[in-house]
Design a protein around this ligand. Structure first.
Ligand code: ADP
Ligand code: MG
Length: 743
C-alpha cells in the first residue's frame, strides 16, 4: 500500500507544498511516518491572491504591497486601541466603538440625487446611539439585529454617529457575549492608504483568518520553549485579533524576536564567512619600527586601553583573514595613536596603509598629526582630498600605484576608482559612522584578491544594543579611559543675558591666561535662517533664541565682548586653503578664538583651547554636542563648555550632568525614541519592522545568544530543525544570507 494513503494527511490536493521528505512518499521509513505531522500547513493558501472588495481598495492594497493572503497576514497593526464606549463619546470626536445592532432600517430617499442612508440603533453596555451609514443600502440585510459590529467614525451633533468604516465584530476578538461594562473590545489599527482604510483591512483580515493556520513556524521548537515564545500563528492571531491587551505585546515580542534573530544570523554568518576568508596580508614579522615608535616616538605613555587595543590588533593583522574591527572610544581617548601604530605595522612589512576621514579639515589635521608623530621617521606620506590639485593628484596616484608612497591620508577622494594601491595592507576609516556602508566597503575592496585589514573608528559611543543591531558583524574594541592627567570638562548651561555676560567674562579670563577658545554657531550666514524672526534686530546683537551665524558673530564679537583679541572664522563653505590656514593659525596660537560652525566637530586637536561656547545649543543633538565638547579638555588645563540655550532643555541638562559618552549615548537613544513617537525619525533606529530599540534590548540579547548557538553548531542551517529558519532568512535577506561559509 502506498504510504501516502495511510498518512494522516488533511490536505491531499496540494502535494507540492508538502515537506520534501513526504514528496516521494513510498520511500518513507516507519519512523519518519511516525514523525509525520497530523496535519501540516498548506502554504499555497498563503499564496492565493488577495481579493479586494472594490477597484479602489485593490489599488490601495497594491500600494501597500499586499498582493497575497500571506502578505495580508504579515501586515501588522500599527497599534491596537481599546474601543471607546458609547457613553464616552464626545461631539466631534473620531472614535472606534464595539456595539451590537438593536434595530436597522433604510431611510427612504425623498429627493433625487440624495444619498441613501441606513440608520441603526446600536448599543454597548454603557448606552445606545444612532449609527448612520451612507450609500450602502444593502447593510440592512447584512447587519441584522444582534450583529456585533466595530464601527469607526465621528460622533455628530445630535447623538448621531457617522460611520466611516465598519466590520463585523465577532471575529475581531470582540467577545460573543455582551461584555461586562468595564471590558473593552481591542481593535487593531493598520497602516492604511488611499483607497483602503484600516477597518477595511481588518475586514479582509477577518476573511483570511483561517489561513493563519497555514503560517509557517521558522523557529525551532527547542528555541521557542527556551525563550518562552508562542508560535508564529498564535503571535499573529494575538496581534490581529486580540482579546486582551497583554496578548498583543506577547505576540509582538514573538515577531520582534524572530526579526532580531534573523538579522543576528545574517551578521554572524557574515562574520563567520569573513573569518574563514584568507588572502589578507599576514603581518607577522616581529615589530621593529612600530615598537621603537611606541617607545621613543610618543610624548606620553599609552593608556591600558590603547595598549590592549594594540595587542588585539597585532593578533588580527598576523592572520590571513582580513580584520574588520571597530575601535570605539570616547572623544580624546587616543584612537589616532592606535591607528597610526597599525599603519606602521603595514609599512614595516613593506606594504601600504591608508587613513580615510570624513572631512577635509579632519584629513588635514590627521596628516599634520602623522607628520608630527612620525617626525623622526623617514616615511613617504601624502594627502589626498577633493581639493588636491590635478597635477599633484596625478603624481600622488602614480606613486601610490608604484608603491613609492607608504602612507596616504585623505577623504572620500581615496575611494575614487582610479586610486590604486600597489599593496594596501591596512585601511583605517575614522569617524566611520559618517561614511556609508558602500564607501567603507570600497576602501576594503581596493584589491579584491588581497583584502586589506580594516580598522573602523568612531568617537560616537555606541550602546551595546546599537552595536549589536548595526555593527553585529564587526569585532569591537572599546577604549574606555581617557589618557592620564586629563581634567574633566565642566559644562555650564547659559540661559539669559546675565549668565551670557558671565560666560564672556570667563572666556576673556581664559584668553588673558594665554588659553584659546571656540565659539560655535549653528549657521554660516544669517540669510540661512528660516523665517524673518532670525533677522530681527539686524545690526545689533541677536535676541535670545535667534539662530546665530558664524560670519555675523565673528564681526559682532570682535567689536564687542571680545574686542582686542584675535578672532578668526572657520566654516565648511570656506575654500579648502582658507580653512587650512585658519586651522594652522589657531593650532600655532596666532589666533585666540575660532568662531566656527560644526566643521570643528570631529578631530580638531588643539590642547591649549580650554573654552567652548556653543550658541543655540538646543539645535544640536546630544552626540554632536558631546563631540563638539571633546574639542576642549585635550591638554593639561581645566576646560569649560558653555551651552547657550533655553533653560530646561533635557538634552542640554544631560550634557551638563554626564561626561561619560556611553551613558550620554544611551540617554540620547531614549530621548530620540521619544522623539520618534512624535514623528521625528532618526537614522539607525527605524530599521526594524516590529522590534523597537532600546526597549527590546533584552530580546536582542536573547536573539544574539540563540544566533551564536546556531551559527556555532550549524552555520549552513542544514539541520532539519533549522531548515525553515534558513528559508525565512532567504526570504528576508535573499542571496546574501546564503553565501556559503568557506570551509
Ligand atoms: P580621539 O580618540 O578623539 O581621536 P586623539 O587620538 O585625537 O583622540 O587623541 C587626543 C589627544 O590625546 C591627542 O592630542 C593625542 O596626542 C593625545 N593622546 C593620545 N594618547 C595619549 C596618552 N596615552 N596620553 C596622553 N595623551 C594622549
Ligand atoms: Mg579622532
Amino acid at each position: 500500500m502506498p504510504a501516502a494513503s495511510v498518512m494522516p494527511v488533511t490536505d491531499v490536493d496540494t502535494p507540492l507544498d508538502a515537506p520534501r521528505a513526504f514528496a516521494s512518499a513510498d520511500t518513507l521509513t516507519r519512523s519518519e511516518m511516525l514523525l509525520a505531522p497530523v496535519c501540516w500547513p498548506r502554504p499555497s493558501r498563503l499564496r492565493e491572491p488577495l481579493r479586494a472588495p472594490t477597484k479602489k481598495a485593490s489599488a490601495g492594497l497594491q500600494a501597500l504591497g499586499l498582493h497575497t493572503v500571506g502578505d495580508l497576514l504579515e501586515h501588522l497593526p500599527r497599534d491596537s486601541r481599546e474601543a471607546r464606549t458609547v457613553a464616552e463619546l464626545r461631539v466631534g470626536e473620531q472614535a472606534t466603538v464595539a456595539v451590537e445592532v438593536r434595530s436597522i432600517a433604510a431611510r427612504p430617499v425623498r429627493k433625487r440625487g440624495m444619498r441613501p442612508l441606513v440608520e441603526a440603533w446600536v448599543a454597548d453596555a454603557t448606552g445606545a446611539m444612532r449609527a448612520v451609514f451612507f450609500n450602502q443600502p444593502w447593510l440592512v440585510e447584512k447587519y441584522p439585529e444582534g450583529t456585533r459590529l466595530v464601527l469607526h467614525g465621528k460622533a455628530g451633533q445630535r447623538g448621531d454617529f457617522g460611520v466611516a468604516h465598519h466590520a463585523v465584530g465577532t471575529e475581531l476578538g470582540v467577545a460573543q457575549d455582551a461584555p461586562p461594562a468595564d471590558a473593552r473590545a481591542i481593535v487593531a489599527h493598520y497602516p492604511a492608504t488611499e483607497g483602503v482604510s484600516s477597518t477595511q483591512i481588518l475586514t479582509l483580515m477577518q476573511g483570511s483568518r483561517g489561513a493563519l493556520a497555514d503560517v509557517v513556524e521558522p523557529l525551532p521548537a527547542a528555541l521557542r520553549s527556551s525563550e518562552r515564545l508562542p508560535d508564529r500563528a498564535a503571535a499573529l492571531t494575538a496581534m490581529h485579533f486580540p482579546e486582551r491587551a497583554e496578548e498583543v505585546e506577547a505576540g509582538r515580542e514573538r515577531v520582534a524576536f524572530e526579526e532580531l534573530l534573523l538579522t543576528q544570523l545574517v551578521f554572524l554568518r557574515r562574520r563567520a564567512r569573513r573569518r574563514a576568508l584568507t588572502g589578507a596580508p599576514v603581518l607577522n614579522e616581529p615589530p621593529a619600527w612600530s615598537a621603537r615608535w611606541l617607545e621613543q616616538g610618543l610624548p606620553f605613555t599609552l593608556t591600558h586601553g590603547q595598549q590592549s587595543a594594540i595587542t588585539t590588533i597585532e593578533a588580527d593583522l598576523a592572520r590571513p583573514c582580513p580584520m574588520q574591527r571597530l575601535l570605539m572610544g570616547e572623544v580624546g581617548s587616543g584612537k589616532t595613536v592606535v591607528a597610526l601604530w597599525a599603519m606602521l605595522r603595514a609599512v614595516e612589512h613593506g606594504r601600504q596603509a591608508a587613513l580615510m576621514a570624513p572631512t577635509e579639515t579632519l584629513a588635514e589635521q590627521h596628516f599634520a598629526t602623522v607628520q608630527r608623530l612620525l617626525g623622526g621617521e623617514q616615511l613617504a606620506c601624502a594627502l589626498l582630498t577633493g581639493s588636491t590639485k590635478a597635477t599633484r593628484r596625478a603624481d600622488t596616484l602614480g606613486k601610490l600605484e608604484s608603491g613609492e608612497l607608504q602612507l596616504i591620508v585623505g577623504t572620500h577622494a581615496l575611494i575614487e576608482p582610479d586610486v590604486r594601491f600597489r599593496s594596501l595592507a591596512v585601511a583605517v576609516v575614522d569617524e566611520q559612522h559618517r561614511f556609508g556602508v558602500r564607501q567603507r566597503a570600497a576602501l576594503e575592496d581596493k584589491d579584491p584578491t588581497h583584502p586589506a585589514h580594516v580598522l573602523h573608528m568612531t568617537a560616537t559611543p555606541i550602546p551595546r544594543t546599537l552595536a549589536l543591531s548595526e555593527h553585529g558583524d564587526l569585532d569591537v574594541t572599546a577604549l574606555r579611559e581617557l589618557p592620564h592627567g586629563r581634567r574633566p570638562i565642566r559644562t555650564r548651561l547659559i540661559a539669559g543675558e546675565r549668565s551670557r555676560a558671565r560666560a564672556y567674562e570667563h572666556l576673556r579670563e581664559q584668553l588673558q591666561e594665554g588659553r584659546q577658545a571656540y565659539v560655535v554657531c549653528p549657521l554660516v550666514e544669517e540669510a540661512q535662517a528660516d523665517g524673518a524672526a532670525a533677522l530681527v534686530g539686524e545690526g545689533g546683537p541677536p535676541g535670545e533664541g535667534d539662530l546665530r551665524a558664524a560670519t555675523a558673530e565673528v564681526e559682532r564679537l570682535s567689536h564687542g565682548e571680545l574686542k582686542g583679541h584675535k578672532l578668526m572664522l572657520l566654516h565648511g563653505q570656506m575654500r579648502s586653503k582658507e580653512k587650512q590656514e585658519a586651522m594652522a593659525k589657531f593650532a600655532a596660537g596666532e589666533v585666540d578664538v575660532l568662531v566656527a560652525t560644526t566643521v570643528i566637530e570631529v578631530g580638531v586637536d588643539v590642547p591649549n583651547a580650554t573654552v567652548m561656547l556653543v550658541e543655540n545649543a538646543e539645535r544640536f543633538g546630544i552626540s554632536q554636542l558631546h563631540q563638539l565638547r571633546g574639542r576642549v579638555g585635550r591638554g593639561e588645563h581645566a576646560s569649560t563648555c558653555l551651552l547657550v540655550g533655553p533653560p530646561g532643555a533635557a538634552r542640554l541638562r544631560a550634557l551638563a550632568e554626564h561626561t561619560d559618552g556611553f551613558r550620554l549615548a544611551e540617554i540620547d537613544l531614549e530621548l530620540r525614541k521619544e522623539g520618534e513617537l512624535i514623528g521625528t525619525r532618526q537614522s539607525g533606529l527605524g530599521q526594524f519592522r516590529v522590534a523597537c530599540l532600546p526597549d527590546d534590548a533584552e530580546l536582542l540579547e536573547g536573539a544574539r545568544r540563540q544566533a551564536e548557538w546556531i551559527v556555532d553548531r550549524d552555520p549552513e542551517l542544514k539541520a532539519p530543525e533549522h531548515q525553515l529558519l534558513g528559508e525565512a532568512l532567504d526570504d528576508t535577506f535573499g542571496a546574501e544570507a546564503f553565501e556559503p561559509i568557506p570551509a
